[in-house]
Design a protein around this ligand. Structure first.
Ligand code: SF4
Length: 386
């Protein structure tokens, strides 16, 4: 892997050129003089304090107060000198994206809409299950990748979120948990391609992993990519788990539903996955959205078996969730089970993702920054397992 390929700028150029054709990002919120605490990883804070002649352990103290005790009033930070406490409000602010809507599904899934300025919203989804409480975060307003089955992909990229806006989604949800609840897993599977916004995403991951911050174990954070092959080593380095939105058993179908495949085909993607699994000593999760009549036949399952052979992995089958204007349909239940059985025969671990939050448009592939395009609620359609 050449270091040049790891430069986020290279991918940005590709995305603009191949997928987006010159579309500009829209402006961010106005900067203020103060630094937003939630946009700083621990080393950033240490650097900031060093410039003021403060010791680096002060950064750890601040992180602990803010992330572990949820104290943001400097006056309450009792182990910090009075003089220093008085200086901090001129330097640091605590700004979180505003929650403009909070919807709760019949199945307990919660969707939070955040205002990120200029009438744009992003969505985060909190998904309960028996032993987990998983938070799905967004990394961009819209998305450059233009995957044909995805509602976000229809909206094109409006803006890459800043780290404080991604950390902010986490904090806002965290602050609304019921007593005794704890977010157990974080997945970057919301709006946007996380590897198209690596600086902010990996800064957020550092805050989540930091023992002075949210102290998430490395294996509890997963980054999902549509296949930005040169950036995959960044996930390996970060210690997060890798998920790949695969969705096709051959290049012909993948080129059709995921334009990124024209740049980084399945062979390149599988090579990158193998490299990750060997360096990270972890398996990769392949996500496969089943689209009726497109990628859900027995022959497709056989082709899929071949392409993932030799990659330590788990396969997650996702029955398609329809959204306004969708060009595809959900596979029949019998076809989903038949597809699963065909792969299970090889000994691969295959699960069928239970559809959650469909009644509030919070299910996989249904998120949008054009909030008004969603009906507030829809009747629950019976999912394959739900
Ligand atoms: S599936 Fe992910 S990468 Fe593809 S368009 Fe949707 S948000 Fe972007």
């Amino acid at each position: 892997m050449r270091s040049k390929d790891l430069n986020p700028q290279n991918f940005t150029e590709f995305a603009d050129e191949v997928v987006l054709k010159g579309r500009e990002e829209e402006p961010r919120k106005e900067d203020t003089q103060k630094v937003n605490f939630y946009g700083l990883e621990l080393d950033d804070l240490k650097d900031l304090l060093k410039k003021l002649g403060k010791e680096s352990y002060r950064a750890q103290q601040l992180f602990k107060w803010v992330y572990q005790s949820r104290v943001t009033d400097f006056e309450e930070m009792s182990n910090i000198s009075k003089k220093f406490r008085a200086e901090l409000p001129d330097l640091i602010s605590f700004e979180l994206p505003k929650v403009v809507e909070h919807l709760v599904s019949k199945d307990g899934t919660q969707k939070f809409l955040f205002d990120v300025g200029f009438s744009k919203t992003v969505e985060a989804v909190l998904i309960p299950s028996d032993d987990r409480l998983t938070l799905c975060l967004s990394s961009e307003v819209g998305c450059n990748m233009a995957c044909k089955f995805c509602f976000t992909g229809k909206q094109k990229l409006k803006r890459r979120l800043t780290a404080d806006e991604i950390v902010g989604q986490f904090m806002q949800v965290h602050d609304r948990l019921k007593e005794g609840q704890r977010i157990s897993n974080i997945v970057f599977m919301g709006m946007g391609e996380p590897l198209d916004n690596p600086e902010a995403v990996f800064k957020t991951i550092k805050v989540l992993h930091s023992t002075w911050g949210m102290n998430f174990s490395r294996r509890k954070v997963t980054v999902s990519t549509s296949g930005l092959v040169p950036q995959i080593p960044l996930i390996t380095e970060s210690g997060a788990r890798l998920a790949v939105s695969l969705n096709a058993p051959n290049d012909e179908i993948r080129n059709f539903i995921m334009p990124i495949n024209k740049k980084y085909n399945i062979k390149k993607l599988m090579d990158a996955c193998r490299e990750h699994t060997s360096k990270a000593r972890d398996r990769v999760t392949f996500e496969y959205v089943l689209l009726k009549g497109v990628n859900d036949s027995i022959e497709h399952a056989r082709q899929l078996r071949k392409i993932i052979r030799g990659v330590p992995c788990k396969l997650n089958l996702i029955p398609f969730n329809e959204h306004p204007g969708a060009d595809f349909h959900r596979s029949d239940s019998k076809d989903v089970f038949r597809f699963q059985k065909e792969i299970l025969n090889t000994g691969t671990h295959v699960t069928i993702r239970r559809t959650m939050g469909r009644d509030i448009f919070a299910a996989c592939g249904q998120l949008t920054s054009h909030y008004n395009e969603h009906p507030k609620k829809q009747e629950v359609q019976t999912g394959i397992l739900g």
